[in-house]
Design a binder for this molecule. Structure first.
Ligand SMILES: CC(C)(COP(=O)(O)OP(=O)(O)OC[C@H]1O[C@@H](n2cnc3c(N)ncnc32)[C@H](O)[C@@H]1OP(=O)(O)O)[C@@H](O)C(=O)NCCC(=O)NCCS
Length: 162
């Protein structure tokens, strides 16, 4: 039994934000400092609460200009990612290991997507399951080059606005 909640970072408790950071960092691929800085800046957080604790998370992120510029550089995707076409990022997705493969990841992404209300989105991922299953089914397509991330090759995926 679990519940999905959508909150602004300010509405989430410090303990919830902290649990979110730990879950995302444990998922791998993102440095803790970057997650700690990014969570309070997100437009919205999606939390799955199961048995009283945060068991899955996703966010509608507000990409900082420097981060966006880095993604578009020739050493990464090499494609333009204009803020007016892709104003938000779907990210900070993580499900605790015991609850994986039960559809939660897809539910969290779908919820974050609905919060975008038709605005263009992008996402980056180094995970085959995200690139090949979850994101394409939500309308994302791969864009630009693939680059080497902290642990594995990373791809940029985009979903144009409606
Ligand atoms: C990625 C992650 C969030 C997926 O969460 P999840 O709750 O297990 O995903 P779901 O159960 O909703 O699965 C969605 C789809 O992926 C497939 N899938 C999930 N994990 C899989 C795996 N390890 N191998 C193969 N397929 C997998 C499911 O079968 C399903 O596909 P289908 O709809 O075609 O049947 C989870 O594995 C995770 O937290 N990983 C670590 C953090 C991370 O890498 N986050 C991504 C950053 S972009």
């Amino acid at each position: 039994m679990f519940h999905i909640y959508t909150l602004s970072p300010g509405e989430a408790s410090e303990a919830q934000r902290d649990a979110m950071v730990r879950l995302v960092v444990a998922g791998g691929g993102i440095a803790e400092a970057a997650v700690r800085a990014g969570v309070p800046r997100a437009e919205a957080l999606v939390l799955c609460i199961a048995r009283g604790h945060v068991a899955g998370v996703a966010a509608l992120k507000v990409p900082q200009p420097g981060y966006r510029a880095g993604l578009t550089s020739a050493t990464k995707s090499g494609i333009a990612l204009p803020p007016d076409r892709f104003p938000r990022e779907l990210g900070y997705l993580a499900v605790e290991p015991a609850l994986r493969r039960q559809g939660l990841g897809r539910i969290l992404c779908t919820e974050a997507l609905s919060l975008a209300r038709g605005r263009g989105l992008f996402a980056t991922t180094g995970l085959d399951v995200m690139r090949d299953h979850i994101l394409p089914r939500l309308g994302f397509v791969a864009a630009g080059g693939i680059w080497q991330g902290q642990a594995e090759p990373v791809a940029l995926m985009v979903r144009p606005g409606l």
